[in-house]
Design a protein around this ligand. Structure first.
Ligand SMILES: [Zn+2]
Length: 157
């Protein structure tokens, strides 16, 4: 497991677009945006309109916080002070299991993995874990590998 993130060096300020998302994270709920008119889902929650139908009243969908690693990168050079002691760590793009739409699109989210690089692979299932920070307003969703899969791929293979 990578060393902890120094959240005291991050300035996270929930704003108009993200305040509800951070409030849900405090309750250990992982939300993505969902259009009430056509059902399309997306992340991050900062876009004010549905890209599929143009609705201007996006709602929320509470996911189960489970998915499959679509891709990942290993960060070895920290560009933010909070991560100086954390490198190397893995940032993954995760396809959420309950956000697959009939048309084939799937909502992907980015997450910092709790697993070290050798345990991470494209195709592995993973799940969200909620990490408390010293700031009671901020609970950070992290991700961890939650099982195995028959066909996986790693960058070093
Ligand atoms: Zn829509």
């Amino acid at each position: 497991m990578p060393a902890p993130i120094d959240y005291s060096k991050l300035r996270i300020v929930p704003d108009f677009d993200t305040a509800e998302w951070w409030a849900a994270a405090r309750e250990h709920k992982y939300l993505v945006r969902q259009c009430p008119d056509c059902g399309h889902k997306w992340f991050p929650p900062i876009f004010p309109a549905c890209a599929r139908c143009g609705s201007l009243k996006p709602g929320w969908f509470q996911t189960a916080g489970k998915g499959v690693i679509h891709s990942y990168v290993v960060v070895v050079q920290p560009i933010v002070g909070a991560f100086i002691g954390t490198v190397p760590y893995v940032v993954a793009i995760i396809e959420l299991d309950d956000c697959r739409e009939a048309g084939g699109s799937v909502t992907r989210v980015a997450g910092v993995m709790l697993d070290d690089e050798p345990e991470v692979a494209i195709g592995l299932p993973c799940e969200v874990v909620y990490e408390e920070t010293a700031d009671p307003r901020i609970v950070m969703p992290r991700w961890r590998v939650s099982g195995s899969a028959a066909n996986v791929w790693r960058f070093n293979e």
